[in-house]
Ligand binder design. Structure first.
Ligand code: ZN
Ligand code: FE
Ligand code: FE
Ligand code: ZN
Length: 275
């Protein structure tokens, strides 16, 4: 049982299920851990199906009804203890906007996350397969430029309730030289202009870059631009639910944040961090 003092004033809206073929634990298992850890609310956001054969790390379209059922099963098991929201982590792919719109109509979603993983057909920037290592040689500036260009398109699409892991491109520690504000500032401008929100994801702490997504500098600029945040674990196993959230809350406060966002039926509210 979580005691009153162990309650976290935030939701964790980024968690996966085995349907995406690279996560463990069903929504009921994540919900159990969330209650133990005193989270205020959780939401599922498995990798979206595509309308065609695409890759091997997302749910198949034929499994979509099962996804909804498993979230319902968790809601039934934990009603009264925990708010459980329905989301989806959608890959942003230029030209794929219609598909995302159609997906959004297929269930009573509380939110959609827009994530940039693919920088070109067949290559996701976060794919750890060593065969991609050579791609970075002499190309870090170019890859960052491409990544942030897509990130801005993702924000400007207006399709998503918040944007996933903002500077995922740093996952393996590749960073161009010089002041990185040249990537951050134009992106923050587009996010703010589209009334977007972002996540502060603790998943980066578990990756070679060993820091949260986004960097604290990006987060400070986002706060100055009044861009709301959610705090996310991007859990792919139940024991990652709410991972490093006390540290994330501290970083959010230091960046100037006093609230985080909550989502219900695709509408956003802000909840104080000190409740
Ligand atoms: Zn995943
Ligand atoms: Fe992602
Ligand atoms: Fe994810
Ligand atoms: Zn993700």
């Amino acid at each position: 049982m979580a005691t009153e003092s162990s309650k976290l004033p935030v939701a964790d809206y980024h968690m996966h299920t085995p349907l995406c073929q690279h996560a463990e634990g069903w929504p009921v298992d994540y919900a159990r851990v969330a209650v133990e850890r005193g989270l205020a609310e959780i939401g599922f956001s498995d990798h979206n199906p595509m309308g065609e054969e695409f890759d091997n790390w997302r749910m198949n379209d034929s499994d979509f009804p099962r996804y909804l059922e498993e979230v319902e099963r968790a809601r039934a098991a934990y009603s009264g203890d925990l708010g459980i929201r329905l989301g989806l982590e959608c890959d942003f792919i230029p030209g794929g906007e219609k598909w995302v719109e159609q997906l959004g109509d297929r269930a009573d979603f509380d939110y959609l996350i827009g994530s940039v993983h693919y920088l070109e057909p067949g290559w996701a920037v976060d794919d750890p397969d060593p065969k991609w290592a050579a791609k970075w040689e002499g190309a870090v500036e170019e890859i960052w430029t491409r990544y942030w260009d897509l990130y801005r398109q993702c924000a400007a699409s207006g399709l998503f309730d918040f944007l996933g892991h903002p500077d995922l491109v740093k996952k393996f520690g590749h960073r161009p030289g010089g002041d990185l504000k040249r990537f951050y500032e134009p992106s923050i401008e587009v996010i703010a202009a589209s009334d977007g929100a972002i996540e502060l994801s603790t998943a980066g702490l578990r990756k070679p870059c060993a820091e949260m997504y986004p960097s604290t500098e990006f987060l400070r600029l986002a706060c100055q631009a009044d861009i709301p945040i959610v705090i996310s674990s991007d859990a792919h196993r139940p024991d990652e639910v709410g991972a490093d959230f006390p540290a994330a809350i501290k970083i959010a406060r230091e960046a100037g944040y006093t609230h985080t966002a909550r989502f219900l039926k695709r509408s956003r509210t802000l909840v104080p961090l000190d409740t």
